[in-house]
Design a protein around this ligand. Sequence first.
Ligand code: F3S
Length: 642
Amino acid sequence: MGKNLTRKIIAEHLVSGEMKTGSEIAIRIDQTLTQDATGTMAYLQFEAMGVPQVQTELSVSYIDHNTLQSGFENADDHRFLQSVAAKYGIYFSRPGNGICHQVHLERFGVPGKTLLGSDSHTPTGGGIGMLAMGAGGLDVAVAMGGGPFYLTMPKVVKVELQGELQPWVSAKDVILEVLRRLSVKGGVGKVIEYTGPGVKSLTVPERATITNMGAELGATTSVFPSDEITRAFLKAQDREDQWTELLPDADATYDEEVIIDLDKLEPLVAAPHSPDAVETVSSLGHIKVDQVAIGSCTNSSYADLMQVANILRGKKVNDQVSLVISPGSKQVFEMLARNGALGDLIAAGARILEATCGPCIGMGQSPPSGAVSVRTFNRNFPGRSGTADAGVYLASPEVAAASALTGKLADPRTLGEYKPVELPEKFLIDDSMIIAPAKDPDAVEVVRGPNIKPLPVNEELPETLTVDVLLKVEDNITTDHIMPAGAKILPLRSNIPAISEYVFSGVDAEFSTRAKDSKAGIVVGGHNYGQGSSREHAALAPMYLGVKALLAKSFARIHRANLVNFGILPLTFVKEEDYEKISQGDVLEITNLRQQLERGDELTVANRNSGATFTVEHGLTARQIAIIKDGGLLNHTKKQNQ
Ligand code: F3S
């Protein structure tokens, strides 16, 4: 039976496990990337492992998220990251060099390699034929230390692209169509693999727009083949020697199949407040637009911004619209500056930002209250723009530019003649903003400003676990409830003692004080505990406060994995009604814990206050039990390396 591309790359990197859908496998990681908001913690974790140099083929540390420097915190983080990179064999991409995924595609991505990044849009690398996945910072740190990455063997979905995109319809419309069909949950446990004759009509940056926003499907990742188009892109980046052809076998089999006829697509938008609330622009009528934001790791390539410049050239932005543009990389920015397109954008009235994530992560440019913002980004959840009641429409650069001119949500097909943007034969190559690791690592001292605090270390799991019930919460607690974000809290990501003060701060202001006063604690939750982002601080900060276990009716998958990684025991009720047998302030006890974990899935819990006993289950694999016993993945990895 022929192999699809995904299975080929996995087979090539398989370290352990059986490639049977749904079972746990471990794969070797060739490349890693981090961004600054998650990177500080990943490198503190890497340092704590005691590995002298990264073991990957290539690791890159990017600064693109927290680039506002209104206080010392972000600047301290940047300096720390630069010195850590120099010392441990990591390339450092300076602030201003661009968004991690865009720069990685341009300068580092290699077809057929595995890439693990501490950012959920790492699948962008699938556009150049990589198996590129997002993960928590600790998983990335382990990969940098030479450890494999554990994942569930995914199903592979074939998306067959037929035909060719029509004028004014773009790669963004392809991924919006996939989201419309599969929904934001449709990719869970799956890799989305693109095939078919339509693939040939898409450039690498266009493919990367599609794989980038595949993250919104909840997919493990998305991948395109590596073909002559990929070769041409790498050649234009002066990296043709890194190209290899990578195609699925002609008789490859897939678990599911979707067919998209590119000829039939028309300009689409994702309406507020979900990336899968997809509608055709033409069906929505003329919605008044207050802001247009063009950029982000989804849509800020050279061709994207050249097309925007072509649309705006000689015209003026509507006087009711604020148009902001953030180029994806210094390469893109400088090319626009040199060929005159930047002048066209400025002349039209665009506000030009630096080459970073910027408004996508809420670093400036929040829309006015109740406003409509058309953005070329990938997420439009309520509040992500920084304005709670703004309505964000996710769209292609063509729709965004047309809307900026008219002041209304506009179908670009009304703009008239369409001129495609050809990719240059040579991109402008200047890697001076990428700093290579130090030749003499021993001479490098890691610089730790006051915002960089040592990583808290967990203890091994005790034989008897006696814990205070610190908090009892209801269903659907999100990682935002557990560890809130926002401009005040985000800069504290490398300062666990400071950030832990905010754990559950929106739910119970006394939580962190109560947790610190207790020797050991447990939180009791309802269904779907920990839903939302992959934020590992939602496990790490409670661990710092002394939370030893979580007992819930059910968990969100990634949060449960993060709890295990930080040595917090995740338990579920065998009988849901036992939830009622616990009150905040009770003391729970599990004796013979280490033995009980080995013996089976069920553990007996005694409530010392009420005298009640009940059973809970852990559902941990043998590998996870070993991690929990050692007090988390960091301790476990250190032990294994000894
Ligand atoms: Fe940055 Fe937004 Fe992408 S925060 S990495 S541009 S999703």
